[in-house]
Every structure is written in structure tokens, then in C-alpha cells.
Design a protein around this ligand. Structure first.
Ligand SMILES: C[S@@+](CC[C@H](N)C(=O)[O-])C[C@H]1O[C@@H](n2cnc3c(N)ncnc32)[C@H](O)[C@@H]1O
Length: 324
């Protein structure tokens, strides 16, 4: 909180994106598994030291006050077209959403992203094992906030509809006539190239597509539009993120910090809502995932954490990435 307050004048209205992954009332103490000699990244014997505590004597009430004052202090730091991403889980995400609705306005709520954070949820004696985290996304001003469409690579299932082929490559068919209820809703029909139908597009547009070879005529005389696989950059990412895997002990980015998030997660967030040169901030930076991703993506960044052990790891990581 002191850091936010101290830097408020410098950062006011400057930050394009704030991502935070704060404590979330889990009731646990979190550790860092380090190698002997204190170097968290070297490869000798393992030791475990305390990183931070997520225990709250005053319970939910104390926690919510802790998070409320910090969220309130962060908002003025954002640019008008900036955004705040708050990473939580089932413990408090619903309460924090209400606080954020109050602070940012319900109309500036953009998404509740569900990230599958583990492949092996713990077995439960009651109910179901928890397997996902929640990331709440708020725009400072939804009328000014823009995201870049992010795509996942094509997979076997997403390629399946592209079952047609011509000399330009594989393509699928997109309807250009109104379907279902839209068809009977009084939409005007017109004749185009021998077929009268409730077309979704103007004649001029259809002519343009026809002249560019983008219209497909079926045996029964119906027209559809060709969409070439090569023109589709991938599968648009939705609010369900199941394709970013948690950091495993064997992975290159593993630091031993128990709540470390994958760099791919931060890369997707930063990529979607910022441009090179923008300022990205994380006030609970932990092992430094946000700033490692931001640095690699040529964003400016600002970060802090109350744990010295976390800062030490974040620094080591940054240096290692610089050298690597
Ligand atoms: C869940 S971890 C963040 C993990 C991080 N996203 C990563 O990938 O490594 C939460 C962090 O919040 C820090 N923290 C806890 N209370 C804090 C406070 N009052 N101010 C700043 N940081 C705090 C902890 O030290 C911890 O590093």
C-alpha cells in the first residue's frame, strides 16, 4: 500500500495494464523451495523457506478491507483506456467482484476469465475438486478500452470444417443467407445471380466477393462464402483458458515459488491489452512472472511485493532472462 501511495503522483494516469495476483484468503502459508546455498535456480540440495502468509486473524472482513483499499488506490493509476486484471479463485472472487463493481462501475466489467490451473485436482470427500482460478477483468472506461483478438493455434477439431479445397487451398463455407428465425422475421428477400433469398449482405458486397472468387455455388444453386484456412489466424480465445499449463517442477521457468504463474498466462494478458512501450504494473509480483513477460514483450513495467524472498527471486529471474 505504501508503494502505491508513494508512487501515486508519478504513475497517475500512466499505467495501461495492472495485473495482480494477491493473497486470496486461502488460510495457508506459502513457501519457496530453494536449493542449498540460497540460489533458487541452482541445482543442489533442496530447502524450503517461508515466502508469505495468507492467514487473516480478522477473517473475511479484514481481507476484504485489505484488498478494497489497494484496489481503490490502483484505479487512478490507470490510463483512460487501461485495464485491471485481478487473479483470484473461489475463496473470494465473488466478494472482490462486488467491490470492483462498486469501484469501477458494473458497466466496466469486461470478463470473468476461467483459467484451468491444475490437471490433477485434489479428491474431495464432498463436492468437487477445484481446478480453476478466476481472473476478473475491468476496464477503466469500457467505451475506450480495446483488446487485440488473441488466437490459439489451430487443432484437429478446428481444422475439420475446412473440408473443401480449390487452387487457393482449404476452405469452409459461411452462410450468407439468413437462417432460422432471422429468415422469417420479415427480412427482405432479393434476387441475386438467379437465386431469390433473404441475403445477409448487400448486393454490392456479394458482387465484390463473387468477383474475388469468394462465393461458392452448391449443386442446388445456393450460395455461401468461402473462408480459407490460411486467412484464419487460429481459434479465437474465449474466456475459458484451458490451454495454458501450470508451471511444473521440470519446466524451464520454475523458480520454486509455490504460487508462481506461467509466463504464457501473462503473455496472453499483456499481448491482448497493451502495446510495446506501454506501462504494465503488478503490485503483488511474487516470483516476477509479470515483469519477466513484460520485459520480453518490450513493455515498461512497475512492480513491488512485500516479501523480500519474492523480490530476490524476481530479480534473479530478470537477470537470467536478460542474459539468456
Ligand atoms: C500469489 S503470489 C503472486 C505470485 C505471482 N503472480 C507469480 O507468478 O509469482 C502473491 C504475492 O503477494 C505478496 N503480498 C502479500 N501481501 C502483500 C502486500 N500487503 N503487499 C504487497 N505484496 C503482498 C506475497 O508476498 C506474494 O509474493
Amino acid at each position: 500500500m505504501d508503494v502505491i501511495r508513494d508512487y501515486q503522483n508519478i504513475l497517475r494516469g500512466q499505467v495501461r495494464l495492472i495485473y495482480i495476483d494477491p493473497p486470496f484468503l486461502s488460510g495457508s502459508n506459502y513457501t519457496i523451495k530453494t536449493r542449498s546455498g540460497g540460489n533458487s535456480l541452482a541445482a543442489d540440495a533442496l530447502k524450503e523457506e517461508e515466502a508469505y502468509s495468507d492467514r487473516w486473524e480478522g477473517g473475511l472482513e479484514e481481507y476484504l478491507e485489505f484488498i478494497r483499499v489497494r484496489l481503490k488506490a490502483m484505479k487512478p493509476l490507470l490510463k483512460d483506456d487501461g485495464s485491471l486484471w485481478v487473479h483470484l479463485d473461489w475463496h473470494v472472487s465473488h466478494y472482490v467482484k462486488v467491490i470492483l463493481d462498486e469501484l469501477f462501475g458494473y458497466s466496466n466489467f469486461i470478463n470473468e476469465i476461467v483459467w484451468k490451473r491444475t490437471n490433477s485436482p485434489k479428491a474431495q470427500s464432498r463436492g468437487f475438486g477445484s481446478q480453476h482460478d478466476v481472473i476478473l477483468l475491468y476496464a477503466n472506461d469500457a467505451t475506450k478500452f480495446k483488446t487485440r483478438q488473441v488466437y490459439k493455434a489451430h487443432n484437429e477439431k478446428s481444422r475439420r470444417p475446412y473440408s473443401y479445397k480449390d487452387k487457393k487451398g482449404k476452405f469452409r463455407l459461411i452462410e450468407i443467407e439468413a437462417q432460422g428465425i432471422q429468415r422469417t422475421e420479415g427480412r427482405k428477400q432479393f434476387e441475386w445471380r438467379g437465386r431469390t433469398a433473404p441475403y445477409l449482405y448487400r448486393k454490392e458486397t456479394l458482387d465484390e466477393w463473387w468477383n474475388s472468387g469468394l462465393i461458392y455455388k452448391s449443386k442446388n444453386g445456393r450460395y455461401t462464402k468461402k473462408q480459407y484456412l490460411a486467412d484464419v489466424p487460429g481459434v479465437p480465445v474465449s474466456d475459458l483458458w484451458i490451454d495454458i499449463h501450470p508451471v511444473q517442477g521440470a519446466s524451464k521457468e520454475y523458480t520454486g515459488f509455490l504460487t508462481q504463474k506461467p509466463e504464457a498466462l501473462l503473455e496472453r494478458i499483456i499481448d491482448s491489452a497493451t502495446k510495446p512501450g506501454d506501462v504494465v504494473a503488478d503490485f503483488f509480483v511474487g516470483s516476477g512472472t509479470t515483469i519477466v513477460a513484460a520485459e520480453r514483450m518490450k513493455r515498461q513495467w512497475f512492480a513491488c511485493d512485500s516479501s523480500e524472498a519474492a523480490i530476490k527471486i524476481a530479480k534473479e529471474r530478470l537477470c537470467q532472462n536478460d542474459n539468456g
